[in-house]
Design a protein around this ligand. Structure first.
Ligand code: NAP
Ligand code: GDD
Length: 338
């Protein structure tokens, strides 16, 4: 049997890096789309590209492309002929989407359409994963949120994701393509982008405890999120594409905790009281906040056999531990980011 081929957009991001590891370990040939930037930012996949060497490395191929450039996407799909396409690329920061709404609509929303249309034209048999978000539920959604909960998006990012979600359903229904939407709640890891709140807090706790910083500046502490562990969530993405029929799934832990709880625990883990080091700044708040997200992943458990293992306290611990190790031994931590 020939080797399965996957194409991943957003391969340099948190989820893209974990998914690449998963697919390589399952014997896939992986093609990733990277965009041009003035500084090459591939730290999350460098170990895979450079460290492993040998057979796995030879199955990973990076190509320049961009979700705003349809010709580049079509060329890559023609070249890679993927069996599975994972659309993870996005301008994924909710607050920043208020600063760059048009760019966010273009990349996060229209980008999904561009990719789906290329797949329809050149590889219609390929299975397609669209990275949906719990942000789509937005304001006032009854909790816990499941696949039937209506959307009420509260940011340009969430609006773009709702557009991508409906476009994905449309391609499934109109053209009979194997397209799935994963509606993933927040998932974190030591590879999380530094301006998302969990990583920002974990880094600040470790750096303040080591005397390298004096304070952490944050926005709204009362919002509640359902935080899971990213490596487990990419397993769910893969499982969705292995089913006999395409369908949409919520992926979540079913527990909600506030930003304040995350902050309190992270600082306690390094022996500090966060109240002595936290400063509020309105600039980190959003014009419209999503107050409460908590997911019901019972369909994923029933159909995919997927269940979260890492829970809130363990997640905070592993993120803080990583930052403490990184300060003590930067090289060791960089070479092995869990
Ligand atoms: P992330 O770390 O921010 O990664 C985003 C990826 O998209 C990066 O590889 C980035 O490339 C790439 N990208 C951005 N603009 C692009 C463009 N115009 N063309 C091509 N690539 C582009 O995001 P993540 O946390 O891994 O999340 C993965 C996906 O899941 C995203 O779509 C996100 O919206 C969605 N999601 C995430 C969560 C979560 O909690 N993490 C929850 C629900 C849904 P650069 O490295 O060059 O910036
Ligand atoms: N980023 C950030 N920075 N958030 C802060 C800060 C701060 O300084 N202070 C408080 N917060 C609050 C935000 O207002 C929000 O309520 C919560 O912390 C989480 O913010 P983020 O970590 O930025 O994540 P998010 O929930 O907005 O979005 C993430 O999860 C979505 C899934 O629900 C992103 O990964 C999205 O791409 C993803 O779709």
């Amino acid at each position: 049997m020939s080797r399965r081929r996957a194409l991943i957009t957003g391969i340099t991001g948190q989820d893209g890096s974990y998914l690449t590891e998963l697919l390589l370990s399952r014997g896939y040939e992986v093609h990733g789309i990277v965009r041009r930037s003035s500084v090459v930012s591939r730290s999350r996949i460098d170990e895979l590209r450079l460290g492993l060497g040998g057979e796995k490395q030879s199955r990973l191929h990076l190509h320049y492309g961009d979700l705003s450039d349809q010709a580049s996407l079509c060329k890559l799909i023609e070249r890679a002929r993927p069996d599975e396409v994972y659309n993870l690329a996005a301008q994924s920061h909710v607050r920043i989407s208020f600063d760059v709404p048009e760019f966010t609509f273009d990349v996060t929303g229209l980008g999904a359409f561009r990719l789906l249309e290329c797949v329809r034209r050149t590889a219609p048999e390929a299975r397609f994963y669209q990275a949906g978000s719990s942000e789509m539920f937005g304001h006032g959604a009854p909790a816990p949120q499941n696949e039937q909960t209506p959307f009420h998006p509260r940011s340009p990012y969430a609006i773009a994701k709702v557009f991508a979600h409906h476009t994905a359903v449309h391609y499934r229904e109109a053209y009979g393509m194997f397209v799935v939407n994963g509606i993933l709640f927040n998932h974190e890891s030591p590879r999380r982008g530094e301006n998302f709140v969990t990583r920002k807090i974990a880094m600040a706790a470790a750096r303040i405890a080591a005397g390298l910083e004096r304070e952490v500046v944050l926005g709204n502490l009362e919002a509640k999120r359902d935080w899971g562990y990213a490596p487990e969530y990419v397993q769910a993405m893969w499982l969705m594409l292995q089913q006999p029929e395409p369908d949409d799934f919520v992926i979540a832990t079913g527990e909600a905790h506030s930003v304040r709880e995350f902050l309190d625990l992270a600082f306690k883990l390094v022996g500090l009281d966060y109240q002595r080091y936290m400063r509020h700044e309105a600039g980190f708040e959003r014009p419209t906040e999503v107050d409460y997200l908590c997911g019901d992943a019972s369909k994923a458990k029933r159909v995919l056999g997927w269940e979260p293992k890492v829970r809130f306290a363990q997640l905070v611990q592993l993120m803080v531990d990583h930052e403490v190790t990184r300060i003590k031994s930067p090289a060791a931590a960089l070479n092995r980011v869990p």
